[in-house]
Structures are given as structure tokens and as C-alpha cells.
Design a protein around this ligand. Structure first.
Ligand code: HEM
Length: 143
């Protein structure tokens, strides 16, 4: 019997996502969905017209975040996800749109069901931190 991969240990998650090629497919599908889904219109409008750089940046970020090569810091420098996003007023509704696009993009990948569920649950953590950081920043700005 095969021992199940322990996601989050070493590069198990990166491998389960299909390595960098897998992450490129995931993030291409994610931004294509953001471009198409009516419920993502407000989220889409925060982005520039060309999504290809956003797509590369997200694939590079997820590479390191899932235990693979730290492509984002090598190519683009360091990033703190919550404070980077705090420039925009990101509420629960925008966060939910982002997670909806991601859930549908994940569903299009040939991932094991356990990994699909794990990945989405992991992504809810930074999504929630983004909402909190944005709320703090914009609440202070209104003082
Ligand atoms: C919570 C909902 C989220 C919203 C509304 C959101 C929105 C955005 C926006 C508007 C940009 C800029 C895109 C551009 O320049 O065209 C961006 C960039 C980015 N986002 Fe998010 N995002 C969210 C969640 C996340 C999460 C959970 C992650 C990581 C797991 C993430 C990772 C990134 C990265 C790596 C970039 C590129 C950073 C850069 O330009 O240097 N985002 N996001």
C-alpha cells in the first residue's frame, strides 16, 4: 500500500500540484475564470487589463508557498501577502470571489480530491489575513 503524502511537509504539496507546470495551469485557469465569472466583476476590476503578469506572479508565489522553489523572491523580491493587499479595501465579499475563482480553478485540475480540499483550505488562511489587514488599514485611514 502506498503511504499517503503528508501535504505541507517538504515539497509534497508542490509535487501534488504538478510542480511549476501544474501551478501555471492552475493560475491560468484562475485568472481566466476571474475574467469570465459575473460574480468576479468587482475583483477583476481591481486588476490591470493584462492578467499575464499577475498569473506569473501568483504561480511563482505558490511555488515557494507550497514548499517548492522560491521563484517569487528570486524573480520579484520579497512580499508580505496581507500588507501588500492592504492598499485595496478588500472585504469578505471580494475575498469570497477570489476563493470562488480559486475553487473552480482547482476543480479543473487533475488533483487528488484530498489535495484539492487541502489546498483550498490552506488558501482561506491568507485570504482571511488579507481581509483583516485591509480592514485595519482602511479603518485607520478613516480616523
Ligand atoms: C482575498 C482576496 C484577494 C484579493 C481581492 C486579491 C487581489 C489582488 C490584486 C488586485 C492584485 C494586483 C494585481 C495586479 O497588479 O494586476 C493581487 C496580486 C497578488 N496577489 Fe492577491 N488577492 C487576494 C488573495 C490572494 C491570496 C490568498 C494570495 C496568496 C496565496 C494572493 C497572492 C497575490 C500575489 C502573489 C500577487 C502579485 C503581487 C505583486 O504584484 O507583486 N492574493 N491580488
Amino acid at each position: 500500500m502506498q503511504t499517503p503524502a503528508v501535504y505541507g511537509v517538504g515539497d509534497a504539496s508542490y509535487q501534488a500540484a504538478g510542480g511549476f507546470e501544474g501551478l501555471q495551469r492552475l493560475t491560468r485557469d484562475f485568472y481566466a475564470l476571474m475574467d469570465q465569472l459575473p460574480e468576479a466583476t468587482a475583483l477583476r476590476s481591481l486588476h490591470g487589463s493584462d492578467l499575464s503578469i499577475s498569473q506569473d506572479k501568483l504561480a511563482c508565489f505558490l511555488s515557494g508557498w507550497l514548499g517548492g522553489p522560491r521563484r517569487f523572491s528570486e524573480k520579484y523580491g520579497s512580499i508580505a501577502i496581507p500588507s501588500f493587499h492592504a492598499r485595496w479595501p478588500i472585504d469578505e465579499s471580494l475575498s469570497q470571489s477570489w476563493l470562488t475563482c480559486m475553487a473552480q480553478a482547482i476543480a479543473r485540475q487533475p488533483y487528488a480530491p484530498e489535495f484539492a480540499e487541502y489546498l483550498l483550505a490552506q488558501l482561506r488562511v491568507p485570504a482571511e489575513r488579507i481581509v483583516q489587514a485591509s480592514r485595519n488599514r482602511h479603518a485607520n485611514a478613516a480616523d
